[in-house]
Write a protein that binds this ligand. Structure first.
Ligand SMILES: *Cc1c(COP(=O)(O)O)cnc(C)c1O
Length: 417
C-alpha cells in the first residue's frame, strides 16, 4: 500500500494506474510530473455528486495546476474555473473551458485583464477592494458593458493553516471587511456599470477542519440578508476553496463531508452555490518522479542528491511542507536516514528531511501529493529547464507538457549591442 489510491505497489514496484513508474521515467526522463486521470476524475465527481440536486458550480482554482490538458479534462467533466490572471483566462479558453463558468479572483487585476475578461464575457469578477471596483466600473463603462461583480468578503476567521496560505484574517491582503462590503453594496447606485450578482469569500488553503468554513459561510449569510434587504438581487454565493488533503497524517474532512456541510449551512437560501477547490481536486492525483544522482555520506548526515529540486517543487522550501517520498522499487534491505536534496545552490533546496530509505545511485523516487502547487509554482532558478508532465489514463501515457529546453530559457534574452 502506498496510501494513495491510484499509486499502488505490485510485486514491490510502484505503479500509477496500470503503468509502472519506472517505464515512465525511461520513456520521458526525470524529473517528471505524473498525474492520474482517474484520481482527478474521481475527485471531481465526488464534489459534483455531493451537491446532489443543489444548484451549484465547481470552479476549479486554475493556479493549483494550470496545464491545459488538466483544464480540458475538467471542462469536459463540466467544471468551471477560478482564475487569478489574464494568462490563466487564456489557458481556460485554450483548454476549451467555458468563460460563462469562470470567475476572476485576485487583488491586483490590471485594466488590460479586466478588458479581456469583459470582452470574453466571464461569469463574475470577485472584486477585492473599493479601488478595484472603481476601476472596473470605469473600464466597463468605456466598453459599453455591465460587469458582473461579487465582493470578496474578508470574514476575519482563523483558517488554522500555515500563515502563508491563510487569507481570511483581517490582517491579510485579501477581500474587504464585512462592514465595508455592506457599505459598498448599499452604495451600488454609484457603480452603474456594475451588476452586484454575488457574495464571495476564500479563507485559506489546506484547511483540515470544517469549523472555519462554517464560520465564514455564516458571515456570508448574515451579509446576504442585509444586502438583500437593501434591494440587491444576489444570485450566487461563492464559498471559495481551501479543503485540505492528506500529505502525511492530516485527516481533513472528506469531499462529501465538506460539501454536505456547506450545503447544510446554506440550506435556508436558494442562491446558486459556487466553490473554488484547487488542491483537493489535483493534489493527490499527481507525483513528482525523480532519480537519485549521488549519495553523499558525511559525518553529520547522509544526503541523497536527486535530479528534482526546489525549482520543480517549491513547497518544502517555501512552507516547510511535508511530502511522502516513496521508492519506486521497494526492497527489504536495511534503511539509512537520508536528507533528500536537489542540485540547486541553496540550503533550502530539499524535498524531504530524515527519510529512512535504502538507496543506490540511479534509484527512482516518487514525491507524493505533488499534483497541486507543484508544477504551477515551478521556476527556472539555476537555469534549470522545467520538468515534463505526463498524464496516465489506465495503461496509456500522454505527454501533456514537453520538458523545457535550455534554448527556451535563454532564447528571449539579448546581448548588448
Ligand atoms: C488559491 C485559491 C483557491 C484554491 O485554494 P485550494 O486550497 O487549492 O482549494 C480558491 N480561491 C481563491 C480565491 C484562491 O486564491
Amino acid at each position: 500500500m502506498s496510501g494513495f489510491p491510484e499509486f499502488i505497489y505490485r510485486n514491490d514496484e510502484l505503479f500509477i494506474e496500470s503503468v509502472p513508474l519506472k517505464q515512465i521515467a525511461e520513456k520521458f526522463g526525470t524529473p517528471c510530473y505524473v498525474y492520474s486521470r482517474n484520481a482527478l476524475t474521481q475527485a471531481y465527481q465526488e464534489f459534483d455528486s455531493a451537491f446532489a440536486d443543489r444548484n451549484h458550480l465547481i470552479c476549479y482554482a486554475v493556479k493549483a495546476n494550470s496545464n491545459i490538458a488538466i483544464l480540458n479534462l475538467l471542462a469536459r467533466l463540466g467544471s468551471g474555473f477560478d482564475i487569478v490572471s489574464g494568462g490563466e483566462l487564456q489557458r481556460v479558453i485554450r483548454a476549451g473551458g467555458d468563460p460563462h463558468k469562470t470567475v476572476f479572483s485576485g487583488v491586483g487585476k490590471t485594466i488590460d485583464e479586466m478588458k479581456m475578461a469583459l470582452d470574453i464575457g466571464i461569469l463574475c469578477f470577485n472584486v477585492e477592494s473599493e479601488a478595484e471596483l472603481v476601476a472596473l466600473n470605469h473600464v466597463a463603462n468605456s466598453m459599453g458593458k455591465i460587469a458582473p461583480v461579487s465582493l470578496r468578503v474578508n470574514p476575519d476567521v482563523d483558517a488554522k493553516t500555515h500563515p502563508y496560505i491563510s487569507t481570511g484574517l483581517k490582517e491579510n491582503k485579501f477581500g474587504v471587511p464585512s462592514d465595508e462590503a455592506m457599505r459598498i453594496y448599499q452604495s451600488a447606485h454609484a457603480y452603474p456599470h456594475v451588476r452586484f450578482s454575488g457574495l464571495d469569500c476564500h479563507i485559506g488553503s489546506q484547511l483540515t477542519e470544517l469549523t472555519p468554513f462554517m464560520q465564514a459561510s455564516n458571515k456570508l449569510l448574515d451579509l446576504l440578508n442585509t444586502v438583500q434587504s437593501a434591494g440587491l438581487t444576489i444570485t450566487h454565493l461563492d464559498l471559495g476553496g481551501g479543503l485540505g488533503i492528506r500529505y502525511r497524517n492530516e485527516s481533513p474532512p472528506s469531499i462529501k463531508e465538506y460539501v454536505s456541510a456547506l450545503c447544510a449551512s446554506t440550506q435556508s437560501v436558494s442562491q446558486r452555490l459556487l466553490i473554488e477547490p484547487g488542491r483537493s481536486l489535483i493534489g493527490n492525483a499527481g507525483i513528482l518522479l525523480t532519480r537519485v544522482g549521488y549519495l553523499k555520506h558525511t559525518p553529520a548526515r547522509n544526503f541523497a542528491i536527486v535530479d528534482a529540486a526546489m525549482n520543480d517543487l517549491m513547497r518544502p522550501a517555501l512552507y516547510d511542507a511535508y511530502h511522502d517520498i516513496l521508492p519506486v522499487i521497494k526492497d527489504m534491505q536495511a534503511t539509512t536516514n537520508y536528507q533528500i536534496v536537489g542540485p540547486v545552490c541553496e540550503t533550502g533546496d530539499f524535498l524531504g528531511h530524515d527519510r529512512n530509505l535504502h538507496l543506490a545511485q540511479g534509484d527512482l523516487l516518487a514525491v507524493m501529493s505533488a499534483g497541486a502547487y507543484g508544477m504551477s509554482m515551478s521556476s527556472n532558478y539555476n537555469t534549470r529547464p522545467r520538468a515534463a508532465e505526463v498524464m496516465v489514463d489506465g495503461s496509456i501515457t500522454h505527454l501533456i507538457r514537453r520538458r523545457e529546453t535550455t534554448e527556451q530559457l535563454i532564447g528571449s534574452e539579448c546581448l548588448l549591442p
